[in-house]
Design a protein around this ligand. Structure first.
Ligand SMILES: Nc1ncnc2c1ncn2[C@@H]1O[C@H](COP(=O)(O)OP(=O)(O)OP(=O)(O)O)[C@@H](O)[C@H]1O
Ligand SMILES: [Mg+2]
Length: 239
């Protein structure tokens, strides 16, 4: 097991070009058959403005890792640094701020708010950040158009197809222009054409706006367009 001082050295040596650094991440779950050691020392550095794809078999721990990288879950040990700042010891209020200002999430299951329309779901992060409703609405419409949804603004999640709901979730993650987007199977429910359009969008956001993406995917085409592909296997990331 990596020594704590060694882990801290890795993070201290990080140059500012890294959007995300993780070192020595371990996580286990209790199970009736004994502890399930899902992450067994994950190390990771993601350069700003790049796309990292993470692949791996079902149950390998990809969503577990993404949740830890996005501060939604705590590792048993290890260090996470976002935009040059350690986040593993922040208090809840500070964490909420990091999430709201730096991060965008696309979850494996879209987690849209069922009572609200597509447009309102996408407006939500902007309203929470204090934007006025008129500008939030127009930015939400732009974001929905960028994922190819121009006629479903008023539909609630139950009135959207799986792929449409997924694209609303992508628009919601992208609308505040977060520095770092963590996406779990963002093109999972999409047909070829919609998936390709989404991949174009992510690539251009990384190139033109310097946004950074960590994308869990089973989609070979998306993986092939990433700057780097790592496989999560036996609790570790391999190149
Ligand atoms: N809260 C939990 N309690 C116990 N075990 C869990 C918990 N969450 C996940 N696991 C187990 O941890 C392992 C990793 O789960 P995870 O969801 O990270 O996998 P994944 O790589 O995202 O898989 P998939 O490709 O199917 O989405 C699985 O074996 C799962 O059963
Ligand atoms: Mg998963």
């Amino acid at each position: 097991m990596r020594q704590k001082s060694e882990v801290i050295d890795i993070v201290a040596n990080n140059q500012s070009g890294q959007a995300l650094v993780a070192a020595g991440i371990r996580k286990s779950y209790r199970s009736p058959l004994g502890p399930l050691e899902v992450l067994q020392g994950v190390d990771l550095e993601v350069q700003r403005g790049t796309i990292l794809a993470i692949v791996g078999t079902s149950g390998a721990g990809k969503s577990t890792l993404l949740n830890i990288l996005g501060t939604l879950d705590h590792p048993d040990s290890g260090v996470v640094e976002i935009a040059g700042r350690r986040v593993d010891h922040l208090k809840d209020r500070e964490l909420a701020r990091v999430r709201a200002t730096k991060l965008g999430f696309v979850f494996q299951f879209h987690h849209l708010l069922p009572e609200f329309s597509a447009e309102e779901n996408v407006m939500m992060p902007l309203l929470i950040a204090g934007a006025d409703p008129a500008s939030a609405r127009s930015r939400a419409r732009e974001a929905l158009a960028s994922v190819g949804l121009v006629e479903r603004w008023q539909h609630r999640p139950a009135e959207l197809s799986g792929g449409e709901a997924q694209r609303v979730a992508v628009a919601r993650a992208l609308v505040p222009s977060p520095e770092l987007v963590l996406a779990d199977e963002p093109s999972g429910n999409l047909d070829h054409g919609s998936a390709a359009a989404l991949h174009d969008l992510l690539t251009s956001l990384a190139r033109d706006r310097g946004q950074t993406f960590v994308v869990v995917t089973h989609n070979d085409r998306l993986a092939s367009r990433a700057d780097r592909v790592l496989t999560l296997e036996s609790g570790r990331l391999r190149g």
